[in-house]
Design a protein around this ligand. Structure first.
Ligand code: F0G
Length: 404
C-alpha cells in the first residue's frame, strides 16, 4: 500500500499522518497493490464468512487485500458492514423502477455509513499512537468517531455546528463520551476550526483522511458481491462533503482494474437544493467549485456548502459515466415518507436518493427496467424531531383541506 497525492501523484510515507499533499495541497489517496486472481479473491472472501476471526466478521476487513495492513489485534472493529439489500414495493412504484434495491448503511453499529470509514481511520490513529482524535460533523461522523474512539481508548473531540444538528446525534455522541466543541455557523466553519487545531497533536478523522475513504470504498466491494459480481446499472448516493462519492468511485476503479467486475455502475449523486455546490458545478460545467456561503436544508446531515472532496468526487462521477443532481426539501420529505411505508425507514439525507430517482424517472432519464441500488446512509432514529415535525405539519394540512 502506498500513499500519494490524488492530483499531482507526489508520494508520501504511508503512516506519516498528513491529510494533504506537501507539494500542491490537494487531498491524498492510498494505492493498494494486489496481485491475486479475481476468482481466488472471491473464493477467499466467501470462505471468510465462516471464520470467527473478528476481521472476517467485519464487512470491511473481510476485503482486507485492498486495505492497509495491520496486525490482527490492532484492528478496531465492531463487525461493521455486512448490511443487507432490501426491496420495497411502494418505493419501487414511487420511483417507477422495477428493479430497485436499498443498501441500508444505517444498519451499522452506530446507525450510519461512517462506521465503515472509522474502523480503518481509528485503527490507523491507534497504530500511529494518536493521543486525540477529532472531527467536524453534522452529527453522524461525530457519533461514529465517538464510538470507535471509545473502543480504541483514545480521547475524542468533535466540532459541531451549534444548534444545527439532530438532538439524537448529539445525544449519541455524548453517550460514547466524546468532548463536544460547539461552533457558530455551518459544518464548513466547524471543519475550518478543527483544521486549525489539528495542526498540533490532533489526528483528524473527517473524510479528507484517506484511511477513512479506504473503509468506505468496501461498501462497493460488498455491494458487487451481493449482486453476484454483476453490479447494478446505477448506484445512487446523497452528497454532502462528498467523501462517500469519492470512496465509491475509488472502489469501482479498483474493482474494475483488478478484474473483479467487468463494468462499473453509473454513480448518481443527489444533493439538497439549498446545499448544492456540486450539482451546480455539474450543471454549469465550471472548472472550480463555487461554495454555497449559507447552506440550508432540513436534511441537516448534508447541510454543507464547501465540500472538500469535490475533485475526487468529480473524478468518480466522470469515471462511472454518472451525473449529479439536486432535490428540494419537500421532495426529500415526500420520498422519506414512502421509504417509511415500506417498513425500511431512514434519516432525511438518505431519502434524497429516492427523491432523486423519482425526479429523474419522471423526466425519463433512466429506463424503468434498469437495476438500481440506492444507498441509505442513516437510520430512521437518527433524526426523530424531523419525523414528528413533518407528521404534525401533514396532519395540519389535511385538516385544513377538510375544513375548506
Ligand atoms: N448521509 C448522511 C446520513 C450523512 O451523515 C452524510 C454526511 C451524508 C449522507 C453525506 O456524505 O459527506 O460523504 O458526501 N455526514 C457528515 C457528518 C458530513 O458529519 O456526519 P458525504
Amino acid at each position: 500500500m502506498r500513499l500519494r497525492c490524488s492530483e499531482c501523484r507526489h508520494e508520501l510515507e504511508l503512516h506519516c499522518g498528513a491529510m494533504e499533499c506537501l507539494e500542491c495541497g490537494e487531498l491524498l489517496e492510498l494505492v493498494p497493490e494486489v496481485n491475486r486472481e479475481p476468482v481466488e479473491l472471491k473464493r477467499l472472501w466467501n470462505q471468510r464468512r465462516a471464520s470467527d476471526d473478528l476481521r472476517d466478521q467485519s464487512g470491511v476487513w473481510r476485503f482486507r487485500e485492498f486495505l492497509p495492513e495491520y496486525p490482527a489485534d490492532a484492528v478496531v472493529t465492531m463487525g461493521e458492514g455486512n448490511t443487507p439489500l432490501v426491496r420495497g414495493s411502494r418505493t419501487a412504484d414511487y420511483a417507477g423502477l422495477r428493479n430497485l434495491w436499498f443498501k441500508h448503511l444505517g444498519w451499522n453499529p452506530t446507525g450510519c455509513f461512517k462506521d465503515l470509514g472509522m474502523t480503518v481511520g481509528v485503527t490507523e490513529a491507534k497504530f500511529v499512537g494518536a493521543k486525540i482524535v477529532a472531527c467536524a460533523s453534522t452529527g453522524n461522523t461525530s457519533g461514529s468517531l465517538a464510538a470507535y474512539g471509545a473502543r480504541a481508548g483514545i480521547r475524542t473531540q468533535v466540532y459541531l455546528p451549534a444548534g444545527k444538528i439532530s438532538v439524537n446525534k448529539l445525544a449519541q455522541t455524548l453517550d460514547y463520551g466524546a468532548e463536544v466543541v460547539e461552533i457558530e455557523g455551518s459544518f464548513d466553519a466547524a471543519l475550518d476550526a478543527v483544521l486549525q487545531s489539528s495542526k498540533s497533536d490532533i489526528y483528524l478523522l473527517n473524510s479528507i483522511n484517506p484511511f477513512r475513504i479506504e473503509g468506505q470504498k468496501t461498501t462497493m466491494f460488498h455491494l458487487c458481491e451481493q449482486f453476484g459480481w454483476d453490479p447494478p446499472d446505477y448506484v445512487v448516493v446523497p452528497g454532502g462533503n462528498l467523501g462517500n462519492t469519492s470512496a465509491f468511485g475509488k472502489g469501482f476503479e479498483e474493482l474494475k482494474a483488478s478484474g473483479l467486475i467487468e463494468r462499473v455502475p453509473k454513480l448518481i449523486v443527489v444533493q439538497a437544493a439549498g446545499a448544492n455546490p456540486f450539482a451546480t458545478l455539474w450543471r454549469t460545467g465550471a472548472s472550480e467549485l463555487v461554495p454555497v456561503a449559507s447552506p440550508e436544508t432540513a436534511a441537516t446531515a448534508i447541510r454543507i456548502g464547501n465540500p472538500r472532496s469535490w475533485r475526487k468526487a468529480l473524478r468518480a462521477v466522470q469515471f462511472t459515466g454518472g451525473f449529479v443532481m439536486d432535490v428540494t426539501d419537500d421532495e426529500i420529505a415526500e420520498a422519506k415518507a414512502v421509504i417509511g411505508q415500506d417498513g425500511v425507514g431512514c434519516e432525511p439525507a438518505s431519502a434524497a436518493t429516492l427523491a432523486g430517482l423519482h425526479k429523474v424517472r419522471s423526466e425519463h432519464v433512466i429506463d424503468p427496467e434498469a437495476r438500481v441500488a440506492a444507498i441509505l446512509t442513516g437510520h430512521v432514529l437518527k433524526d426523530t424531531d424531523y419525523i414528528i415535525k413533518h407528521r404534525q405539519q401533514r396532519a395540519r394540512e389535511t385538516s385544513a383541506v377538510e375544513t375548506n
